[in-house]
Every structure is written in C-alpha cells, then in structure tokens.
Write a protein that binds this ligand. Structure first.
Ligand code: MN
Length: 207
C-alpha cells in the first residue's frame, strides 16, 4: 500500500490512471451532513493498492478531477455504507455519483448467517486481518500535513480491503441468486439519500 496526499483534488494524471474500479470512503466532522457537518477527507484506492487521500478546499469544494471519476459510468465506485459517503460527496462536491457497489448492502443481503456487517467484520472474514478502528474518531479537519501517519494509515485502511471484499461478496450474491435484489437496492440508494437530505432519516417502509 502506497499513500499519496493531495490538497483540493487529485491530478488529471491520476484520474486518468483509474481503469475499472476504485474503492472510496470519506471522513467528515461528524455524521450530520449537510445540516451541521462537513466533508473533511476523501480516500480512494485503485486496483493496485495505491491510496490517494484528498483534503478538499473548504472554501469552494471544487474538485473537477474527482468529480469526473465519480460521475464516470464506466468506473465502478466500491464503498461501505455509501448512504453516508454518497450524501457527503454529492452535497459538497456538487455531483452525481454513477456506478456503485455497496459492500454493506451486499453483506446484509447475502451474509444472512450473521448480524455483523461492519467493515471490521468483513475485513476479518474475507481478508483475515483485524482492523484497528481506534483512530476513527479523529479531528479530520486538521491540515492534511498535520495528520499523523497512524491517522493516514487508518483512513487508508478503510479503502484498501474493499476490492477484495467486493470480489468475495459478488461471488456469494451470484451463488445465492440475489444479484437482482442487490441491484434493485443500489438503484434505490439515490432516493434514500434524497430522503436523508430532506430530513426523512427513518425507514419509510417500516410500519
Ligand atoms: Mn472511514
């Protein structure tokens, strides 16, 4: 794993290096986006374990190279609980994310033998690694050059296993015949995020 830091945006050269898929995660000042909290970091991992950590410009959030990747239908964006990241990225970077794979939704649909669908659980099961989540609640709004190596490594670890996890979950979805229902759930994520942004945080299907 190689970590590269950026302020504002990735370079066009790096944007052009992405081929089939990227893994993506974000860190924010808290969980209430957009009403209180702000997008702090965007982590991307390519298919060769190169990790890019971007600190957006908090004055204007302009990141055209990132946006071009997020909106590119040919590049799959793999994320864990994209309901949060999609909301944050679309609101702050003013874009519409196309072509996604959510490992948490996939896990809930196919790993029916457990109630544990956290990233830590998936990393343990599919990568046989124990993810240290202790740096999770960090001040991610610090200047990116002031973040410690441990913090950067933590942020990178949230994306570096996602390709492998997606590969394994996809096999299970096919095996169990649940690919169609998974895809329908992904299609609904647009509406789910729209509901979140309009204050409907609860489950609208619940009695
Ligand atoms: Mn994270």
């Amino acid at each position: 794993m190689k970590i590269t830091k950026f302020k504002g945006d990735i370079t066009t050269e790096i944007a052009n290096s992405f081929k089939n898929s990227i893994a993506i995660d974000t860190e924010a000042t808290g969980l209430q986006i957009p009403e209180r909290d702000k997008l702090s970091l965007i982590q991307i991992c390519d298919e060769n374990d190169n990790v890019y950590i971007v600190q957006p410009n908090k004055n204007h959030y302009k990141a055209p190279n990132l946006v071009s990747i997020l909106e590119n239908k040919k590049i799959l964006k793999i994320g864990h609980f994209l309901r949060f990241d999609k909301n944050a990225l679309e609101f702050f970077l003013k874009c519409k994310i196309k072509n996604i794979f959510d490992t948490k939704i996939a896990s809930k649909i196919v790993r029916t033998y457990t109630d544990s669908h956290g990233l830590k659980n998936l990393v343990q099961e599919f990568c046989n690694k124990s993810l240290d989540k202790r740096q999770g609640s960090s001040d991610w709004n610090k200047d990116i050059n002031e973040l410690t190596d441990r913090q950067l490594e933590y942020a990178a670890n949230d994306v570096v296993y996602l390709h492998k996890i997606k590969f394994e979950l996809e096999k299970m979805l096919v095996r169990e015949g649940r690919m169609d229902i998974f895809n329908s759930c992904l299609a609904f994520l647009d509406s789910r995020v729209e509901l979140d942004q309009n204050g409907f945080k609860f489950d609208i299907f619940e009695h």
